[in-house]
Design a protein around this ligand. Structure first.
Ligand code: MLT
Length: 276
């Protein structure tokens, strides 16, 4: 007997149950086109991919979702971890009946993508790693996360956002991309303190994926802002050297949020890669 295919809901801010929580996602582009799923960084939302979605949705089925506890997705009661975020991704793909997809993750989204491909290599046909790293947190980085948690308890999310933003962008962006920075701040302060704290713990406990990069057999594009202070070009270069056949490109006039700071160059690289 033939099983009934699920009716696709396309558009923005669609709600679906995946891994026992409500996940909110955008799903745009032609029905039978190749699929690409975007995963945002911390503590942002799927809105950070709007410029990439607009560029690709003519030829690709483009899905961007809010990671658990971010944007309009629910938090649930489980402790946050990269493993849990990967389960959410796989459950979303299963619910949407997506067997295989291209996966694009920025920073935390990249940590999720790297863990997902390490454990479920047959579900992904290409990977785009943006401003991210395969390393676990160093003891100093863990300490910083704990200080950030204390800071949020004491001073709230706005101070956390303002302090973090200083490291997210290239110097030029503070002059030329004031609107982008204001938009990012808005998304950050819209994330609940509880979710930010739970995600800081998840990030601090994440496992490294560097030692298994050599196993990745699908095409990989690595993008990094030339002035990324959080996951610098050296981290990207390391992954590039470990992943056989990977392509790496440094995005000019960009820091940690290269897709927002220089969308033209970012999209050009992305499109060139996906065309192949
Ligand atoms: C992100 O952009 O997702 C964060 O900077 C990741 C991190 O704090 O490690």
């Amino acid at each position: 007997m033939k099983t009934q295919k699920r009716m696709r809901n396309s558009g923005k801010n669609i709600k679906i149950t995946a891994n026992n929580i409500t996940v909110t996602y955008n799903d745009e582009g032609p029905e039978n086109a190749p699929v690409i799923i975007f995963i945002h960084g911390f503590p942002f939302s799927k809105e950070m991919w709007n410029k990439q979605i607009d560029e690709l949705k003519g030829k690709f089925r483009v899905i961007a979702y809010d990671v658990r506890g971010h944007g309009n997705s629910w938090s649930g009661t489980d402790d946050f971890s990269i493993e849990l975020f990967v389960k959410d991704l796989l459950s979303l793909m299963d619910t949407l009946e997506i067997e295989k997809t291209a996966l694009c993750g920025l920073s935390m989204g990249g940590y999720i993508a790297l863990n997902a491909i390490e454990n479920h290599p047959h579900r992904f046909d290409s990977l785009i790693l943006c401003d991210t790293s395969c390393s676990a947190d160093s003891p100093e980085a863990k300490e910083k996360r704990m200080k950030a948690i204390e800071g949020i308890w004491e001073n709230g999310i706005e101070k956390f956002a303002d302090d973090s933003i200083k490291n997210f962008f290239a110097p030029e962006s503070f002059i030329k991309k004031k609107d982008v920075i204001a938009g990012v701040r808005e998304i950050m302060i819209g994330t609940t303190e509880k979710s930010v704290i739970r995600t800081l713990l998840a990030l601090s406990n994440r496992k490294e994926t560097c030692t298994t990069l050599w196993k990745i057999k699908v095409p990989v594009l690595i993008l990094v802002g030339e002035e990324d202070k959080i996951t610098p070009p050296e981290a990207a270069q390391f992954m590039h050297e470990e992943i056989n056949g990977s392509v790496m490109s440094v995005i000019e006039n960009a820091g940690h949020l290269s897709n927002l700071e220089n969308p033209d160059q970012f999209n050009q690289q992305l499109k060139r890669f996906l065309k192949k």
